[in-house]
Design a binder for this molecule. Structure first.
Ligand code: TYD
Length: 209
């Protein structure tokens, strides 16, 4: 049986994660791999309900409740979708994973980053990605890109620029602390330039399997 490969994409809202995921999926499929594309929050049926609670329900959510809801979504996502695919030898590409919780809840919401990480590690029985791709962009530029889409902002996207600045910095700090797992991409480049850098790193990983 071939070995599964687990890749996550991270970054603040508006940096272009889904475009890069689409192109990476194409690349991996043409390399003969079976790809499962997924996302958090909401990558499962149960997760869709949790996603609604987190992003579209009226009213506040207490920060610790928010952190636990994201972790609950993640626990079910990993148990029912991610781990089974990896065990079948497939490639899983997820748009966001536990590093989003550490950055948004741990740092953005000022809960302790180590506590938030510990909750998620419990949720996923310590499953970390083989590669985490950070699309890094200035918070003001990312906000401008979000506005261009014309979509109504969800509860998290209504946060102030300072919130996104602290989340961005949290991602950069995590990447610096664990360089073997992270690839930092400057998201102020063209779609193709970004994808070329991603494909180069993923090719190395495929070669080492
Ligand atoms: P996402 O699905 O990426 O947003 P969109 O569909 O609008 O592109 O994520 C929804 C929001 O949830 C996003 O603002 C980031 C936030 N989030 C957290 O705060 N913590 C988490 O653990 C995750 C996975 C997402």
């Amino acid at each position: 049986m071939s070995t599964g490969l687990f890749i996550s994409l991270e970054g603040i809202d508006g940096v272009g994660k889904s475009t890069q995921s689409d192109l990476l999926e194409e690349f991996l499929t043409s390399a003969g791999r079976t790809v499962v594309r997924t996302f958090e929050p909401g990558g499962t049926e149960l997760g869709q309900e949790i996603r609604h609670l987190l992003l579209h329900r009226k009213g506040d959510v207490a920060p610790r409740s928010e952190a636990l809801l994201y972790a609950a979504d993640r626990a079910h996502h990993v148990a029912t979708k991610v781990r089974p695919a990896l065990e079948r030898g497939e490639v899983v590409i997820t748009d966001r994973y536990l590093d989003s919780s550490v950055a948004y809840q741990g740092v953005g919401r000022a809960l302790k980053a180590a506590d938030v990480r510990a909750i998620s590690m419990f949720a996923v029985e310590n499953l970390l990605p083989d590669l985490t791709i950070l699309l890094d962009l200035d918070a003001a530029k990312a906000a401008a890109r979000r506005n261009q889409t014309g979509e109504a902002p969800d509860r998290l996207e209504r946060e102030k620029i300072e919130f996104f600045e602290s989340v961005r910095q949290a991602f950069l700090d995590m990447a610096a602390a664990e360089p073997h797992r992270w690839l930092v991409i400057d998201a102020d480049q063209s779609v193709n330039e970004m994808q070329a850098q991603i494909r180069a790193r993923v090719s190395q990983l495929l070669g080492s399997q």
